[in-house]
Every structure is written in C-alpha cells, then in structure tokens.
Write a protein that binds this ligand. Structure first.
Ligand code: CA
Ligand code: CA
Length: 429
C-alpha cells in the first residue's frame, strides 16, 4: 500500500479503534482485502448466440466455484437452497472426501418428514441425491430446534465456507440456470478473510449443529463489521434474526447521495419502496431492473416506484433477473455494494434463512458491479419501461424454447399460451 494512504488511514484506525471496540461493533483485519466478483454471462442467451434448452453445462461461475471448493485443505461448509442438474457438485464432494476433507451441508426441504430423501420433497429434486455422496450425518435440512418446519420459510442461503478462511456467497443457486449455464442474471462474490468467513461459519453452526432455522436462530453477539487496511468495510447480516431491512438496507439507501442502481428478483417491502422514493426526492438518481415474473405479481410495487420518478426496466430475457444486488454511489469514494441471498421482501426479511453483505469504500468492486449493471441496463430498451413483459411469452427472448417453466404456471414452452400466436406456437426463428 502506498505510504500516503497509510498516513490517511492509520490515524483514522488508531483514533477510531478505542471508540469502536468499546461498542464492540467492528473488527480490524491486518490482512489486505482480497476478493473476486463473479457475474453471470447471460449475453450469449440474450443475443441469441445461445438458443434453445438450458442444459447441465457449467460455465465460468460454476468453474470458479468448483475451484474454490476443491482448494480446501480441511473442511467445506455448504449452505445452499439445493442442487439442480449440476453433476459436478456431486463429483466435487466425492473428490474432497477422497482427500479426507470434511464436507457438511445445509439445504432446504419443502415437504415431507425428516430423512425422507425423495426428489419431490425438494424444490430442486437433485438435492435428494446429496446424502448418498455426503453421508446422512453430514447433511441437515431446514428443521428448527423444536422439530417443526418453520413453514413457510425457506433455507435460501447460497454460500460456502472453506477452511474457515474463505467464503463464497451471492445470488446464484447451485442450479443449471444459476451457477451452471448462467441463464439467470446473478452475482457471486468470494472474500478471503477468516474474520468475514467466521460470520458465515457462525450462521452455519446455528443451522447445522444447533438445528436452529428461521425465527429460531439468534443474533450473533460479536461484531459484524470488518475493516481492512485499505479502508474497505464489510458488514454481514442474516435473516430473520437481524431485521436486515431496518438495520442494514434502509440505512444504506438513506445514506445515498448521488446514485442507486438495483437489480432485484422480488422487491416488495414497502418501507424500502418509501426509502427509494425519499432518495429520489433528495435528487438521487435511482435505476432498477426488475424480473418479469416478480413484476407480474399482484403485490408488485413497480408502478409506485415509477410514479415517484424511478427509472424501472423489466427484463425480457428467458432467464430471470435473479440478482439481489444494489450499488449505491458507485462513483463516490464512499460507495456501497449490497449483495446477498435475500430478496427485498417480507419473507426474505422475517422468515427465510438469508444473508446480506454490505461492502463499503471499495472503488474497484463498485466499478465491476457498475459495469455489469450498465451492460444489463443497456441490453433492455426504453420500451421495457412501458410494455407488458411476459416471463414466458413472445416478449421474452428465448423463453418459449428453453425447456423451462419461466413463469411457474405449470406449462412449459409450447404448452404455455404466452408462446402462442394466433392459436399456434410461434416459431421465432
Ligand atoms: Ca420456457
Ligand atoms: Ca409457463
């Protein structure tokens, strides 16, 4: 690090340490901030270079995650919603176990009794295969401490901790549309920091060892913020125990001075909508890309967002806008990046098992996310601010040919009336 920068940071650190340690709210890292941001390359799908059914292949994001996991020396903790059509995950588990590395996992189960490893009990049916690879003692479903499923909550995390030193987290599921074929727009982030990893490990311990999920989890007692020598600040929050909306998201939005760029699957929390409208009133420029399925939901607040002056675009890709990401003041020295598993909804805040990280003061990270957001934003015409976009229909690129039920109505591609033109399946190309 340049000496000049230290002249600025050291007095800040030395001065603030007694104050902050008194309140117990932060940790200081002696290691430099080391991270990688991974973004889904959805553009081959959007431009039509990739077309047709979404297969089980793995692209860059999956390969990066595979390397991250295989880099373990002692242990791997996986907290993932499930596994869908990604055979490399099972192969990676086998390879790790052959090297005597402990692999433990927490997954979501949507119905059935404990130990009923039937494919239909899981949103991602492939999750039912995990015990055969991990061993039943190394896998835990989202059962709370009293032995009842905390319905209707879901174990929605998408993170992995390796050797208690490095963490991978973000918005991408272990699925063919997530880390695999990169059909959905997602971001994932790797941070190499024992202190940040410890926050995620604590959450894993609550679920895996203490069998606490959803509202049975308790808040972590220690600091949740880590400050690095370059001034980067990472805060980690968990749902539902931390009330992430009130304690993390709204304060970050309220602090915005110039810009807020949001890519979001579900954005239904009314207090967040109010906070965004208040930002516009302060002359903050707000842009949001929303998902077409979420936008067609009756609870969608998107007309409210538009009415208060926010630029909203609805995606028209076959894949989803699956990010749960925000960039605040991306061009300012004090930028904030928000990335997590959590949709900005009531269930995301009050019931599901979720994580959310806020990374402040890192210009390079802000630039990388800004560049991705701008690419997504430019891929959508201004028409998408006005037109009705159907997630599975002729208005959504590739959605009638991808083998997926994009709008979750039980009908796929040609079965879905959205894909019909004058009573027959439209063949677009
Ligand atoms: Ca489809
Ligand atoms: Ca459908």
């Amino acid at each position: 690090m340049r000496a000049g920068l230290w002249c600025f940071i050291l007095p800040l650190v030395l001065f603030s340490f007694p104050l902050m340690s008194k309140s117990g709210s932060v940790l200081f890292s002696h290691e430099p901030f080391s991270y990688r941001l991974h973004v889904s390359d959805i553009f081959p799908w959007v431009t039509g270079k990739e077309y047709g059914r979404v297969g089980t292949k793995k692209q860059a994001m999956g390969s990066e995650l595979e390397q991250f996991l295989l880099g373990a020396r002692e242990r791997v903790a996986l907290a993932f919603y499930g596994v869908s059509r990604q055979p490399w995950v099972l192969q990676a588990i086998t390879r790790l176990q052959q090297r005597n590395i402990q692999v433990q996992a927490v997954v979501d189960q949507k119905r059935g009794a404990v130990g009923d490893w039937l494919p239909e009990n899981f949103t991602y049916s492939g999750t039912a295969e995990l015990p055969r690879y991990l061993g039943v003692a190394n896998i835990m479903i989202d059962l709370n401490h009293s032995g009842h499923y905390p319905r209707p909550s879901i174990m929605h995390h998408k993170y992995a901790v390796v050797d208690r030193e490095r963490v991978w987290f973000g918005t991408a599921n272990l699925s063919h549309t997530g880390v695999g074929a990169e059909y959905n727009a997602n971001v994932a982030m790797r941070i190499d920091s024992p202190q940040v990893a410890a926050l995620f490990s604590h959450e894993f311990h609550q679920m895996f060892d203490a069998h606490r999920f959803s509202t049975a989890k308790v808040r972590q007692a220690g600091p949740r913020t880590v400050i690095f020598p370059d001034g980067t600040q990472v805060s980690v929050w968990f749902s539902p125990q931390d009330n992430v909306v009130d304690n993390a998201i709204i304060p970050a939005l309220t602090a915005a001075k110039q810009t807020i760029d949001i890519g979001m699957f579900y954005l239904t929390e009314r207090t967040i909508v109010q906070s965004l409208c208040a930002a516009v009133a302060r002359e903050v420029k707000v842009r949001i890309i929303v998902d077409a399925v979420a936008n067609s939901h009756p609870s969608s607040p998107y007309w409210d967002l538009r009415r208060c002056g926010i630029s909203v675009k609805v995606e028209n890709w076959g894949g989803k806008m699956h990010m749960k990401t925000a960039l605040i003041d991306g061009k300012q020295a004090h930028s904030r990046v928000i990335i997590g598993s959590m949709n900005w909804s009531k269930s995301g805040n009050t019931r599901n098992d979720e994580n959310l990280a806020i990374i402040e003061n890192n210009h390079q990270l802000a630039q990388e996310l800004s560049s991705y957001f701008n690419k997504l934003w430019s891929s959508l015409s201004n028409k998408s601010q006005r037109s009705k976009i159907f997630a599975e229909g002729l208005t959504s690129i590739n959605s009638c040919f991808d083998g997926l039920d994009n709008d979750h109505d039980g009908k796929i591609d040609a079965q879905d009336r959205g894909c019909w033109r004058r009573g027959s399946l439209a063949v677009a190309r």
